[in-house]
Structures are given as C-alpha cells and as structure tokens.
Design a protein around this ligand. Structure first.
Ligand SMILES: Nc1ncnc2c1ncn2[C@@H]1O[C@H](COP(=O)(O)OP(=O)(O)OP(=O)(O)O)[C@@H](O)[C@H]1O
Length: 395
C-alpha cells in the first residue's frame, strides 16, 4: 500500500503543485491519477520514488516513510515508465531492457535472458533484441519501456502517461495487454493520464486532481461515475457518464425472452398467425440465423425460406455489460438484442425496455447529485478522498 499523508509541494515562487493530499493506493491494484493539466498528477507520482520531495507531509510504502531509504535503493523496487518511453538511443533493445539488472551487477548472460523473457511478455518479437530504439514504432518503444521497468521485478510501477504518444488503435492494444499483464503480475501500479476513458478502463481506483494540486475525489470507477463529488468531477467525467456507467452493469441482469426465438423449420403460416413484428430464426443448435419481418413471411413454406436480416452483434449474456447489450439492440433491425452463451447459442432476446428495466434495477439510471449547498458537496468529496465504504474495491 502506498499512502499519502497530507502531502504538500510548494515550489519556490509560490506554485502549489500539491495541496495537502491524503490518499491510499492499494497493493496489487491500479490507481489512476487524472485531472486538469497542471493539477499535480506527475508531482504526486514523483513523490513516491523521491524524484520530488514534499514540502510537508509524508509518503509511506507499506507503512515505511520513503525518506528512510536512499533514493537509489528505493527506486530499485519501483519501476518507472514515461511517455515516449525515454529509451537510451545508443543502446540495443535488449540492453535497454536490461538496464536495471546491469546496475544490479547481474551477469550479461542472465540480464539478457531476462530481457528476452520480458520481450515475450510484453509482445515483442525476439528478433528485435539487437535493434536500436529508432528502428521501432512508437507503440513498440512503449512496450520496451514497460519491459525495462519490469526487469528487476519491482513490486511497484509508476507510469506517467505511458500510452499517450501513440495512435488510438495502438493505444487500445497497449492498454489491453497491460491489463492482461497485470492480471498475471499483480503489481501495485500508479498510473497518470489525462484521459478519463483510459482511467475508467484501467483503474481499480481513480484519484481526480484539480488545479492547485487538490485531490477532489478518490474512488472506484463505478462510484466516481455514480456519485461525482462535485461539479468539477462531474464535468471532467463528461455528460455521457450515464452511458459509461452501463459498462459496469452486467448484461445477465437483463430479463430475456425466447418467445420470438423460433427454429428455422417452423411453418411460416404459423408464425404469421402468431402476430408480432419480428422473429429470430435459429438453427437446430439454437445458433442465430437472422431476423425475419413477420409481415414479409410467405403464406406457405418455413421460416428459414424468408429473407433474413443479419443480427449484427449478439451480446454475451455472461460476459458482457448492459452497455454492450444496449448497443446491440440499437443497431439491430428489430430493435432487440440477441443474447448468446459462450458457445454462441441463443439464450434469449431483450428489447430496449428490458434493458431499461435492468438499468433501473441496478440503480445506474439514478445518479444522485450532492445536495445543492456547498457543505454537502465538500462532505461528499471528503468521503471519497478518505476512501469511503468501498476503499480498495474495484472491477
Ligand atoms: N520544477 C518545478 N518548478 C516549479 N513549478 C513546477 C515544477 N514542476 C511542476 N511545477 C508546477 O506544478 C504544477 C503541477 O505540475 P504537474 O506536472 O504535477 O501537473 P500535471 O497534473 O502532471 O500536469 P500535466 O497533465 O500537464 O502533465 C504546475 O503548475 C507546474 O507548472
């Protein structure tokens, strides 16, 4: 656990980069610092490895003040990744990754073996080991940066906008792989970004900094979206926070119906007599074949003979969120989403009303704002910063 206790950083000239910040970053979890430019995120991150010394207050790692260790010793247990990777241009990829093992006086053979193992871990081909940084793409360089930070297997990783310098597609890939890696490694990670989507995707907890180095809220993504502590946080999350919150409501909570799910060999006449606007034709294994408009059905023959409209995306009843199901319903010709199991067999279908029911049940449709008076807002913010009921929780 990394603990900030009343940390203030005031620079000569009077700039307050951090203003009495108290915060906990749980062990084995990802804590993301977000907020306005100049809000103190990088400064806060750097107080952890003593690149910045606070004017007052303390930073503790597992209860020990970071000032009790010499910076070099402290940093051996803390990986550090920055934007643009910050690689040594004149060193090969393998030697960049092996930087810390060399400092720790590992043999060249052992250090390089570790570098090669890490290259594989972060998705880099071994053939790149002897290249130089300029011979790699921006995304590949960031992977090298992550591998280098992991080289001595530090329990803590500090990451300062590590994925900001690459295009959105590569960035999403890097984020996904980073989450996969964290699933295996369980590092204590502090991650700075100014992108709220990245924060929600990666963070077990999110700390929001406002201009003047003030921490205004620290909570799980769900709580942050549900109960922003003040108008600044609400504005920072954006007007579509209601939609974002649906990502945390499981699709399994939506009521599903199979009344209009029919085998393709059902006589068309019988379907027509049954009324309704659309039916979903399925094969003998209940895999979806497509939507049939009931009014277009022939009087004779079977359902499968009718023109079938593609279902587009089905949602996974067990693994997807209501947001994915709603998206599927909106894009479906019938206005209904098809829910499937892990094998792709139809479990049932949900219309937008069914999904609204699930949303209402989850409480996600109700976003209580703090009371209008200032005292209540400040109380909400303080509750969030001190950890609140769900400290250490997360998706
Ligand atoms: N060495 C320094 N000397 C003086 N002021 C500094 C120094 N480093 C940072 N600051 C100031 O402290 C404040 C916080 O800076 P910091 O880099 O921590 O913000 P940030 O939230 O990380 O911003 P960004 O998102 O733009 O990177 C800013 O006003 C910055 O100008």
């Amino acid at each position: 656990m990394i603990t900030f206790e009343g940390v203030t950083k005031r620079y000569p000239g009077g700039t307050v980069a951090l203003d009495d910040v108290s915060l906990e970053c749980p062990t084995g979890r990802i804590t993301v610092f977000v907020g306005t430019s100049g809000g103190g995120k990088t400064t806060a991150l750097r107080t952890i490895n003593r690149m910045v010394e606070p004017t007052s207050g303390r930073v503790l790692i597992d209860g020990q003040d970071v000032r009790e260790k010499r910076p070099a010793e402290l940093r051996r247990g803390i990986g550090y990744v920055i934007q643009h990777a910050g690689l040594f241009p004149h060193r090969t990829i393998e030697d960049n990754i092996a930087t810390v093992p060399y400092l720790l006086r590992w043999s060249k053979k052992k250090a390089r073996a570790r570098a090669h193992e890490l290259m594989e871990r972060v998705g880099l081909e071994r053939s790149m080991a002897r290249r130089y940084p300029f011979q790699l793409s921006g995304g590949q360089q960031q992977r090298v940066g992550v591998a280098r930070a992991l080289a001595a297997d530090p329990p803590i990783m500090l990451m300062d906008e590590p994925f900001s310098a690459v295009d959105p597609v590569v960035r999403a890939e890097l984020q996904d792989e980073f989450l996969r890696l964290q699933d295996e490694l369980h590092k204590t990670i502090v991650f700075v970004t100014h992108d709220i989507d990245e924060a929600i995707k990666l963070g077990d907890r999110i700390a929001v900094f406002q201009t003047g180095g003030r921490l205004v809220q620290a909570d799980t993504p769900e709580t942050l979206l549900a109960r922003p502590a003040n108008d600044f946080v609400a504005g920072f999350i954006g007007h579509d926070r209601g939609i974002r919150r649906l990502s945390f409501v499981p699709a399994s909570s939506a009521p599903l119906s199979d009344r209009d799910v029919l085998p393709a060999d059902t006589p068309a006449g019988r379907v027509r007599d049954g009324g309704g606007e659309w039916v979903l034709a399925v094969d003998a294994d209940r895999r979806p074949l497509g939507w049939a408009a009931v009014r277009d059905l022939p009087a004779s023959g079977v359902l499968g003979d009718a023109p079938l409209a593609p279902i587009g995306h089905a949602f996974d009843v067990e693994g997807d969120s209501v947001r994915a199901a709603l998206d599927a319903a909106i894009l479906s010709p019938s206005g209904r989403a098809v829910g499937v199991d892990a094998e792709g067999r139809v479990v049932g279908i949900a219309d937008q009303q069914d999904l609204s029911t699930a949303i209402a049940r989850s409480g996600a449709a109700v976003a209580p704002r703090p009371a209008a008076d200032g005292a209540a807002t400040a109380e909400g913010a303080a509750g969030g910063v001190s950890g609140g009921a769900d400290a250490g929780g997360g998706a």
